[in-house]
Design a protein around this ligand. Structure first.
Ligand SMILES: [Zn+2]
Ligand SMILES: [Zn+2]
Length: 335
């Protein structure tokens, strides 16, 4: 399903992929999550978008063919996250901050992604994945993983606000609860379904983003791409509290009185991921048995899945599920 121009519906297209080069793997995609970032790419809200382009950076699949230097074998279960390549030599790469690499490539943005039956990826940036339902693993690869980076950036306070209770927040709520932290969920005003979903996953309070929490919070993470939530979240945290913006794009942050920032409150953003984040988070997710609540769509229904995400009509995460292919067998079927 290819993006051919800004704002255009994705189009079903047939493409022949070249054989994988040295570090590359050709992957039979089993499932690909639908992320808010895909909407930002579709809407042309990120710089340097070159069409035609295949979206999708929460990819679960199996290796069909591997280049001579690739670190996965045919049949291996792999995940393809957002970070697709880094230069290895810039100041950020050398400092262990490859998420900020000046020449990074990104899956489903500067490289073709997983809204497809097959894709090519650099195996050095892919993650080994366990068996288990592909659709339920897919949201871990961005919502979970980059959500986790934001979660760490929010510090270890006892009370945590989550603004926007979608794919990322519903995974983090499970993680926070397992660590004994109290989660306060903020949804679109009057979104009773999302508020009930948050309470079901262990949030101690759920309300509209236009409401103050019942007590001041230690930290808040913003998943909704709404700049006006920055001052709202600052008003909701204690002195010394942190507000972390986890999305890649937001509407403008409105002017706000300095007293909201006063008291050593902090605002920061989280950008991309490192490979280390990926390994850490996937191990943690397996240990805690984090489960994604998903709504699955056929590949050809990608436009519908994106529309549902845009309108807030989803509970949990949207995932495209590819029709099973007989072309590749799992490790157990190999001689
Ligand atoms: Zn670099
Ligand atoms: Zn994403």
């Amino acid at each position: 399903m290819r993006l051919t121009g800004r704002g255009a519906p994705l189009e079903l297209t047939e493409l022949e992929l070249p054989p994988p080069r040295a570090h590359q793997i050709l992957i039979a995609v089993e499932a690909c999550g639908v992320c808010r970032t895909d909407l930002h790419v579709l809407d042309g809200e990120l710089p340097d978008i070159h069409c035609p382009l295949t979206l999708g950076h929460e990819v679960v699949g199996r290796v069909l063919a591997a280049g001579c230097d690739a670190r996965f074998q045919r049949g291996a279960r792999v995940g393809v996250p957002w970070l697709a390549h880094t230069c290895g030599v810039c100041r950020y790469c050398r400092a262990g901050r490859e998420n900020l690499c000046v020449a990074a490539c990104f899956t489903g943005y500067t490289r073709d992604g997983g809204y497809a039956q097959q894709m090519l990826a650099d195996a050095r940036y892919c993650l080994p994945l366990s068996e288990g339902p592909a659709a339920e693993l897919a949201p871990l690869l961005c919502a979970g993983l980059i959500g986790y980076r934001a979660y760490r950036a929010a510090g270890d306070g006892a009370t945590l606000g989550l603004y926007g209770f979608g794919a990322a927040a519903h995974l983090l709520a499970q993680l926070a609860r397992s660590e004994g932290r109290r989660v306060f969920a903020f949804t679109r005003p009057d979104d009773g379904a999302a508020q009930r979903f948050a309470l079901e996953l262990g949030a101690v309070w759920a309300g509209g983003s236009d409401q103050p929490p019942p007590e001041p919070l230690d930290a808040a993470i913003l998943f909704a791409p709404v700049g006006a939530l920055v001052p709202a979240a600052l008003a909701a945290v204690h002195p010394g509290g942190r507000v972390v913006c986890a999305g890649i794009h937001m509407s403008d942050v409105p002017a706000f009185p300095y007293r909201l920032l006063w008291g050593e409150r902090q605002v920061s953003s989280v950008a991309n991921l490192t490979r280390r984040d990926g390994e850490e988070f996937m191990a943690l997710a397996a240990r805690l048995k984090l489960t994604a609540r998903v709504q699955t769509f056929a590949l050809a229904d990608a436009n519908l899945a994106l529309e549902r995400l845009r309108s807030g009509a989803l509970t949990g995460a949207a995932v495209l599920e590819m029709a099973a292919s007989a072309a590749v067998a799992g490790p157990s079927a190999r001689p």
